[in-house]
Design a protein around this ligand. Structure first.
Ligand code: PGA
Length: 230
């Protein structure tokens, strides 16, 4: 299983260091086949020691250059970071990243050999239209994306389940993952959206779920490590 923690705009450089030190101790007994990823805010990126991978929540598709407010590959290389989230719904919605921009970013980081956690997910009004509309919407988010890329992990995150406390139901996750797995040739597929200690066992036991991408519940190292060890 893959357990990934997306801090979003939470935690400072100081609190991230405390978190990482605690995490390192807490997950020593994790199963060898399980992997853990942490995506801190970019100001907290650093070289950390521990049985986990640190990734970037976002970066500009450039080595370096005149991109005010952004970081590029050069800033990630300083800490040996080779993993990135691409296509998160918050970036698509709030930072106006179109499918075209998302696809360009994917292609750039693929070219750099990065491991990419590629996020997709539908809004509530699409879910309410039924399964066919959901799949049509989700498959459109693969436009311009090389699904054959061997360092791609997909994260299915229904937007209405993100940060709401209400995760998708087992049936919704199960049917969506089954269809997505076929579309992505069995690539690793995470679920994201209000995953927490109370529902983690149920979620990771669903066929077609290879792990979780966790926001809110992962901000607390106790809760996140409880999920990793579940
Ligand atoms: P959440 O966020 O766990 O707070 O719902 C998940 C995500 O956006 O990755």
């Amino acid at each position: 299983m893959i357990f990934a923690a997306n801090f979003k705009t939470n935690h400072t450089r100081a609190s991230t260091r405390i978190y990482m030190e605690a995490l390192k101790e807490k997950i020593v007994s994790k199963k060898a086949e399980d992997s853990v990823y942490i995506f801190p805010p970019s100001t907290a990126l650093d070289a950390f020691e521990g049985n986990f991978t640190v990734g970037a929540q976002n970066a500009y598709p450039a080595q370096n250059g005149a991109y005010t407010g952004e970081i590029g590959v050069e800033q990630l290389e300083e800490f040996g970071i080779q993993t990135i989230l691409v296509g998160h719904s918050e970036r698509r919605e709030m930072m106006a990243e179109t499918q075209e921009k998302v696809a360009q970013k994917f292609a750039f980081f693929k070219e750099q050999g990065f491991e990419i956690i590629y996020c997709i997910g539908e809004p509530l009004h699409i879910r309410e239209k039924g399964f066919e509309s959901v799949m049509q919407y989700l498959l459109a988010q693969f436009e311009g994306i090389d699904i054959a890329y061997d360092k791609m992990i997909v994260a299915y995150e229904p937007i209405w389940a993100i940060g709401t406390g209400r995760s998708a139901t087992v049936d919704e996750i199960s049917s969506t993952h089954r269809a997505l797995k076929k579309a992505i040739n069995d690539k690793p597929l995470l679920y994201g959206g209000s995953a927490k200690p109370a529902n983690i066992k149920e979620i990771i036991s669903i066929a077609g779920v290879d792990g979780v991408l966790v926001g809110s519940a992962a901000l607390d190292v106790e809760k996140f490590s409880e999920m990793v060890l579940s």
